[in-house]
Design a protein around this ligand. Structure first.
Ligand SMILES: O=C[C@H](O)COP(=O)(O)O
Length: 234
């Protein structure tokens, strides 16, 4: 079953996305880049707010568009995880030494920090080659997204077959899998049969597809309708 991840830019949007049925609430500042980070004190406020709800979806937070410098990335992962989120999402770039960043995070991951690697489909030609390293380091998941939000969506950069291969290899390593990247409503029927653990959205949740604008509940409702909710179990 595929879940819906909604990237939210404020506490107000966090509430709106939770009410609109998002399965994963992703704290991200879309104006600050592909993985723009919320300030740490705002992440803590979001966690505190969500803890007051009777039921709450998992929260993820991004660390910002960081260079591939192990010390910088590790420090920001530690700080973000300490805020109390359920997942920390970090971007891995093919330039620099992404494998060194992954290896440097292994002790954190092995201490229980749930880290999701975001691999940019418009920058990586062979993102799959990092999957064994992620699994070895103890990462929780791997997802494909796009870095350049003005250059077309995920399906412009990777064929359906390539996405299927990525997902199947990531799954084979026991990683949680996700797809995102300016996904539109009409991409959903193509991507759902690939059965990623989640599909991630920001642009499609905003009025007129304006990623830097406000989250729009009607747009979220349309995406929610297209990504069927998980049946309640138990
Ligand atoms: O993690 C998901 C992203 O926030 C997706 O953003 P986007 O739909 O604007 O590419």
């Amino acid at each position: 079953m595929t879940r819906l991840l909604a990237s939210v830019a404020s506490l107000e949007e966090l509430t709106l996305a939770a009410r609109g049925g998002a399965d994963i609430l992703d704290l991200k500042d879309p104006k600050a880049g592909a993985l723009g980070a919320w300030p740490l004190d705002s992440i803590i406020s979001a966690v505190n707010m969500a803890h007051r709800w009777s039921a709450r979806p998992p929260l993820s937070a991004t660390v910002g568009d960081l260079p591939m410098d192990s010390a910088i990335v590790s420090q920001r992962v530690v700080q973000t995880w300490a805020c109390g989120v359920d997942y920390v999402k970090i971007g891995l770039l093919p330039s620099g030494d992404p494998a060194a960043c992954v290896a440097a995070l292994a002790p954190e991951a092995q201490r229980g920090t749930r880290i999701v690697a975001v691999l940019f489909a418009d920058l990586w030609t062979d993102a799959n080659r990092l999957l064994p390293d992620l699994a070895q380091a103890g990462f929780a998941g791997a997802m494909l997204d796009t870095a350049g939000k003005g250059t077309g969506g995920l399906l412009r950069h990777k064929t359906r077959d390539k996405l299927a291969r990525f997902l199947s290899q990531a799954r084979g390593f026991g990683l949680l899998t996700g797809l995102a990247g300016s996904l539109r409503l009409d991409d959903i029927p193509t991507l759902l049969p690939l059965a990623p653990d989640y599909l991630g959205f920001r642009t499609a949740l905003c009025a007129d597809g304006n990623r830097g604008g406000a989250l729009d509940s009607a747009a979220l409702a349309a995406v929610r309708d297209a990504v069927p909710e998980q049946p309640l179990t138990g």
